[in-house]
Structures are given as C-alpha cells and as structure tokens.
Design a protein around this ligand. Structure first.
Ligand code: AMP
Ligand code: GLY
Length: 421
C-alpha cells in the first residue's frame, strides 16, 4: 500500500506539488483541498473543503487515512493549521503558526534579521504617521513602504518620490485600506540590483537549499504596471553567481533557521528568501514561510529526487536525499485574465492543453462549465517548458501560447528575457 497524501491549497503551486507527489512510486493517491478542476487531468483528487476549515480537514485526513499533509499557501499556516493537525496526532509538513510569523509580520522578520545580523535593507518600524513622515522626509527617495501583515502582495509601495512615500504612509497608517495589517508600517531603504528567490527545505537547524529562481512581479513587459502575485519565473538564474547563492545560504538561510530554533520557534517547512544581489552581497527583501507561486512551477522541474520521499524523510527525522539537475533551464509564463490585478471578467473558455509534448500546464483560477475549463480567477494557468538554454525554454512556451486562442487573457512576452540580454 502506497502513501495517501493531502495537499492544502488550490493554485498552480499546489498543482505542481500534487503532480510531483503523484509521480512518486511511493504514493498511491493525492488529494487536494480544495484544489481546482484543472488538476483532475493529472489524477489529483479534489476535496471540497475550504482551507480554513481545520476541523473538517482533520476529519477528512482521519477518515481517509491520509499519511501526511502538505500545506501550500501562507494563510492556513498563519491560521495555525500545522498546530491543529499536530494536536490531533496527524503528520503535516509546514511551519507552526509561531514560525510562520517570519512571513506574517514584517516586523517579526526584521527583528530576527537584526538580532542575527542577517543582511537586509536599513529600516525602521512606525505606528505613527507623523513620525514616519518625518523619517521619510529625512531619508529621501527612492524608499520602500511596507504594511506589517499579510497583504497579498499589495502591501509594498516602492516610492520614487518623497511625496509618493508620504501618500503611501497616509494610506496605510491613517486610512483603512489595509485594515489591521496597515496599523504598523516598516519603512526601508531602496535596494537596487537583480532579484532572486532562494528556497530551502528546512527542519530546525537543517537547511537544504533548492535551485534559485527569478519571479516577475509586475503585470506588464519591461517590469511596468502594478505588482502582482507573479507573472512568470525561470530557474536557475544565470546572472546570479554561485558565490552569491553560497553567500545567501551562509548569511541568510542558516542564521535564520538557527535563530528561530534559539528563539523557541523552530521552523520546519519551506523557507523562502526574496533577495536582492547588491554590490555588498545578497540582502533580504522578504521571507515567506512556503513555496512561491510561480517559482515552484519551475523549481520543482529541476528536482531529480522524489518529492514524496523527501517530505516523508523530513517528517520521520531521516536524512533526506535532495538532488538537482545541473544542466538546462525551466521557464514558466502565467496567463492572467484581462484586467488583473484589478477587476477582471471570468468565464473565458480556455484552450485545450491535453497531450502537450515538451511543455506542462499548471492550473490556478479555473472552473468547469459544460465539461470545459473556463477562467475563474486573476492568474488562470501557467505554461512551463524546459530547454538546454533559457532561450530554448522560452521559445517553447511562447510558441505554444502563440498557437492558441487566448482571447480575454494576457501574458507577459518577456519572461526570462532579462537573463539573455
Ligand atoms: P515583496 O512583496 O516584499 O516581495 O515586495 C514586492 C516587490 O517590491 C519586490 O519584488 C521588489 O521588487 C520590491 N521591493 C521590496 N522591497 C524592496 C527594497 N527594499 N528595495 C527595492 N525593491 C524592493
Ligand atoms: N511569487 C512570489 C511569492 O510567492 O510570494
């Protein structure tokens, strides 16, 4: 009898995680709560339970004899789903609520970085608009304003002028736009340099780094337009040197994991460092307590080991085997609804991507209508391909997308291009 595993979440990130788990010879069945109908193409079984319904999820896991559960998104982690499953005697992979605070509170993350000398932008925390305004006027622009709590990628304003910064502060501290998450604001220096995402499997002080990736956060080509959840990614990132990555492991990931153990909130799960490669070395712009979306859709293509075996070993206290491809690249392009990240329509009929050769599709905001997949969210799906070169991977993805009718949706046409200039 093979393993029965449950994945919590419903996006493209969870689609690729569940797909990699189902490909494992150790695994008999993969359930996803609540998943999306696009996942069914890969044999993933959907469970119609919301991700915040901890008791119902626990009951499902018990009744279905789930061996272990993997948590995709941050919200359930910060709601304490790991604490609740463990209290019920169930195995689950992810940080407890206290450790997920590394993502849930910018102030928590900044305190950890200060305490353990982890390189990050100089910063200060404010509750008071007048004091924050004075600080910004003294520091000058460009400067970065961050709402303290989770804000689904919309809590960060990179202000190019002091005026923009003051407007953002007013919005967050005096307005109500961010609710409770705007009552506290972190103001930090603008860092210029190439961004990269470094993720790792972490168990207490043990850190197993993954191959790095680069996300594209802005909605439109040439990094124009509003910030989004991420419009595409590729892995690895040739313009970031191995020395830079090694330095980030040594100065960021290891001290963060060790610091959290010392502080009594050990982290077990996926730790994600968003970094900027500055002339002084890598500096942290954010931590996440989970896999990134869309980074995961490319990073997991690089994994040659068995994901289910890695998670099982980490949960059982065994030493995991984690190997990565040394050649080639993976690149993924997100297709989003026209209008995203603002208001958008739903219900566009999606092209048929069954029987793909040399490429993969990962679904996110989709629904079923008359046995067809239709759009039902902002980010709808991602097309991923591998290549010996980044240019080849990019060409495969865009050839496929350009050959389909993508009416009602849009995608960036320059994912990965920065690395080829
Ligand atoms: P975050 O939500 O923290 O990932 O921030 C969103 C985006 O804002 C990042 O992907 C960066 O492009 C940018 N950003 C955040 N912090 C800084 C910083 N200190 N300096 C420059 N850019 C930043
Ligand atoms: N792609 C960025 C994130 O998942 O936070």
């Amino acid at each position: 009898m093979g393993l029965k595993v449950l994945v919590i979440g419903s996006g493209g990130r969870e689609h690729v995680i569940a797909q990699k788990l189902i490909q494992s010879p150790l695994v008999e069945a993969v359930y996803c709560a609540k998943g999306n109908p696009g996942m069914k193409q890969d044999g993933i079984r959907l469970v119609d339970i919301e991700e915040d319904a901890h008791e119902a999820l626990i009951r499902f896991a018990e009744e279905s004899q789930i061996d272990w559960t993997f948590v995709g998104p941050e919200v359930p982690l910060l709601n304490g789903i790991v604490d609740d499953f463990e209290a019920a005697g169930l195995k689950i992979f992810g940080p407890k609520k206290a450790a997920a605070m590394i993502e849930g509170s910018k102030d928590f993350a900044k305190n950890l970085m200060n305490k353990y000398a982890i390189p990050t932008a100089a910063h200060q925390t404010f509750f008071d608009f007048k004091q924050a305004k004075e600080y910004v006027e003294r520091k000058g622009a460009p400067i970065v304003i961050k709402a303290d709590g989770l804000a689904a990628g919309k809590g960060v304003v990179v202000a190019e002028t002091v005026e923009q910064a003051v407007d953002a502060l007013e919005d967050m501290l005096e307005g109500n736009r961010f609710g409770a998450s705007g009552a506290k604001v972190v103001v930090e220096d603008f860092l210029s340099g190439e961004e990269f995402s470094l993720l790792a499997f972490v168990r207490g002080t043990e850190v197993y780094p993954m191959t790095i990736a680069q996300d594209h956060k802005r909605a439109f080509d040439n990094d124009k337009g509003p910030n989004t959840g991420g419009m595409g990614a590729y892995s690895p990132v040739p313009q970031i040197s191995q020395e830079m990555v090694d330095e980030a492991i040594a100065t960021v990931l290891l001290p963060a994991a060790e610091g959290m153990v010392k502080d009594g909130c050990p982290f077990t799960g996926i730790l994600y460092a968003g970094l900027i490669a500055t002339p002084q070395g890598p500096k942290v712009i954010e931590f996440n307590a989970r896999f990134g979306d869309p980074e995961t859709q490319v990073v997991l293509q690089r994994l040659t080991s068995d994901l289910a075996e890695i998670i099982s070993d980490l949960l059982e206290g065994k030493q995991p085997t984690i190997d990565w491809k040394q050649e080639g690249f993976s690149l993924g392009v997100v297709v989003a609804a026209d209008g995203y990240p603002n208001d958008y329509d739903k219900g566009a009929v999606l092209p048929d991507f069954t029987a793909l050769e040399d490429a993969r599709v990962y679904y996110a905001g989709v629904a079923e209508s008359n046995e067809q997949l239709v759009s039902n969210g902002g980010r709808i799906y991602l097309i991923e391909a591998e290549g010996e070169s980044l240019a080849q991977a990019q060409q495969r993805v865009y050839e496929l997308l350009d050959s389909k009718d993508t009416a009602g949706t849009f995608y960036r046409t320059d994912i990965g291009s920065k690395a080829m200039r």
